[in-house]
Design a protein. Structure first.
Ligand code: HEC
Ligand code: HEC
Length: 347
């Protein structure tokens, strides 16, 4: 049974996303890092960006959610917002203004006339971001600018063609002026990365459901299922993440038993398969020069990058330094490395 009705209609019409790797040559990557249970079937892809100069037109079409008018709040803030204020595309609710310096306009509000949604909508005002997006706080400014350039030039794409939000990120990067990119990069680089993920080694995981954008949410009915060879990550508190966009409420990742120790060995010694990560990412893996910090990020994000680099869909100006690192890693190695990195607390 095919649950991606929209995508299969596109496939019937013979369409693929602009610049996408043709299906026949597309390397296969597992579904879980991208927020899906199954790898993409041939022809499954996000709908085309209706107008690449309008980033919002790359998002999956969604019916507007009527505001229930309920005024919500969170601990340790005096701010109050309704659901639609929390999710307003061009100035989403900022629960904790004391957490961060004044936001540049592009981060706080984006550019409404071009449907360029605020960076803070998806990456949060404090840059922590969600598993299906990315984490931008504490990254080196030069690295952020390079990523924006790579998205813009087409050198950074998702290996999973269903990932509409990466397509929107690409369209955003294409529209940013140099000044906006610089302002956003220096803003996010000015904040430190802090702990965000709890890693639990287990044989089982709470049952989750897929959502449109690559966020797993625990099933209302509860229950567990065998984890197998995957990592299943979800918000620690689904209501706070999914309804309130709480930038203080992080994630929990269920990883196979033994993966943290196995990952530690690979990361610190290379295990004859890869290079010691600290050589480039710094002794504590919190970043060195323009090489980004890699600890304490969500497991889905990290695994996605390792797969994208291996698949060649992420091939930016500085990515060649990583190509050999991932070349011989198999799925189990990627799971182990990812679990270990997420389990390390940033300093
Ligand atoms: C609609 C949601 C959305 C918005 C709005 C958005 N991004 Fe992103 N961003 C993403 C997604 C999704 C990714 C991760 C792509 C992936 O994993 O394939 C990403 C990744 C990034 C990365 C790469 C992080 C890394 O560690 O390499 C940077 C930098 C970034 N975004 C900056 C920005 C800036 C600056 C803005 C505002 C101008 C912005 N983003 C607005 C969704 C968004
Ligand atoms: C020779 C230098 C080098 C080594 C060794 C290295 N890296 Fe990297 N890594 C980089 C560079 C440079 C980037 C940025 C790549 C880009 O711009 O696309 C990067 C990016 C990454 C990213 C993506 C970060 C993000 O925010 O998107 C991850 C994850 C990563 N490395 C993991 C690792 C792991 C795990 C190891 C060890 C097994 C490792 N790296 C070893 C240089 C290195």
């Amino acid at each position: 049974m095919n649950r991606y009705v929209g995508a299969s209609i596109l496939a019937l019409a013979g369409m693929t996303i602009a610049g996408a790797v043709p299906t026949a040559q597309r390397p296969s990557v597992p579904g879980w890092p991208y927020g899906y249970f199954m790898p993409a079937a041939p022809g499954q892809a996000a709908p085309l960006c209706v107008d690449p100069r309008k980033p919002l037109s790359c998002a999956r079409p969604a019916a507007p959610v009527p505001d229930d008018g309920i005024v919500r709040t969170l601990p340790e803030t005096t701010r109050k917002f309704t659901r639609n204020q929390v999710f307003f595309d061009y100035g989403p609710g900022d629960w904790y203004p004391g957490d961060h310096p004044a936001m540049p306009e592009i981060v706080a509000r984006g550019r409404e006339q071009d449907t360029l949604r605020a960076c803070s909508l998806c990456h949060y005002p404090n840059g922590k971001g969600k598993m299906e997006n990315g984490h931008v706080a504490g990254l080196p400014e030069g690295y952020i600018l390079q990523q924006l350039a790579d998205f813009k030039s087409g050198r950074r794409r998702s290996a999973d063609p269903r990932k509409a939000n990466t397509n929107e990120m690409i369209a955003i990067a294409k529209l940013l002026t140099d000044e906006e990119a610089k302002a956003a990069a220096s803003y996010f680089a000015s904040m430190k990365w802090t702990p965000w993920v709890e890693v639990i080694e287990s044989d089982t995981n709470p049952k989750v459901r897929e959502t449109e954008n690559g966020l797993f949410l625990p099933l209302d009915g509860g229950g567990t299922e065998p984890l197998g060879q995957r990592i299943i990550e979800m918000p620690k508190n689904p209501e706070r993440t999914n309804v309130l966009r709480d930038p203080h409420s992080g994630f929990v990742a269920y990883v196979p038993k033994g993966s943290i120790a196995k990952g530690e060995a690979l990361v610190t010694t290379g295990g004859g398969k890869t290079t010691q990560c600290a050589i480039c990412h710094g002794d504590d893996l919190n970043g060195l020069g323009n090489v980004p910090g890699i600890v304490g990020r969500t497991t889905s994000y990290t695994a996605r990058q390792l797969y994208d680099i291996k698949a060649g869909t992420r091939n930016g100006a500085d990515t060649p330094l990583m190509t050999k690192v991932v070349a011989r890693l198999n799925d189990a190695d990627i799971i182990a490395i990812t679990a270990y990195l997420a389990s390390r607390n940033p300093q």
